[in-house]
Design a protein around this ligand. Sequence first.
Ligand SMILES: Nc1nc2c(ncn2[C@@H]2O[C@H](COP(=O)(O)OP(=O)(O)OP(=O)(O)O)[C@@H](O)[C@H]2O)c(=O)[nH]1
Length: 202
Amino acid sequence: MTAPRIDAKVVMLGKESVGKTSLVERFVHHRFLVGPYQNTIGAAFVARSLQVGDKVVTMGIWDTAGSERYEAMSRMYYRGAKAAIVCFDLTDSSSFLRVKFWVKELQNCEEHCKIYLCGTKNDLVEADRSQRQVDFHDVQDFADEIKAQLFETSSKTGCNVDKLFQKVAEDVSNTDFQLITEEAGVDLGQKKNAYFYSCCHH
Ligand SMILES: Nc1nc2c(ncn2[C@@H]2O[C@H](COP(=O)(O)OP(=O)(O)OP(=O)(O)O)[C@@H](O)[C@H]2O)c(=O)[nH]1
């Protein structure tokens, strides 16, 4: 018997240069690209599957451009997303203000999308604590308030990157609306919420 397959749309959001592309690059290709920073234009798409228990979760990841000039486009990419990884740079306090903007957007427009807060470039603050501009407890309080999970990652060292995406995959596989993606025996009468979610998913 083949493992049940689940597809999930995941969107990366956050101010430009916080490290969204680097996070995806680390997770999908296990590497950290050095060289001149190249901003994302529009958005990029990659997919990676993870095994969660007896299921295979394929995450289709939309890596959006952080520049405010592409803001209207980013809205297209979070539509129907099951998870949003909202990133900020631990060494840049202004990037955390931008997190609040995206969280409001998601709460207003995509209420079923689960939010993960991700403080990036943890290696820089580990190397020099004076580099930290975003207090861990402030972010944790905010995460509790919006019922989001909080991760601090480094795409350079790989710290917590797999853990973050594994958690996203586990949460996706645990939500009951996923059952409709399985081929056999879905009783829509018992899964009204699930069906509703699916209708809104394009
Ligand atoms: N030290 C360190 N630098 C990082 C890390 N993640 C990203 N960077 C650097 O930060 C810069 C921006 O990274 P990107 O991943 O391109 O940022 P982005 O959020 O995708 O940027 P946009 O495409 O403009 O939205 C690059 O120079 C990266 O090398 C990290 O974990 N540690």
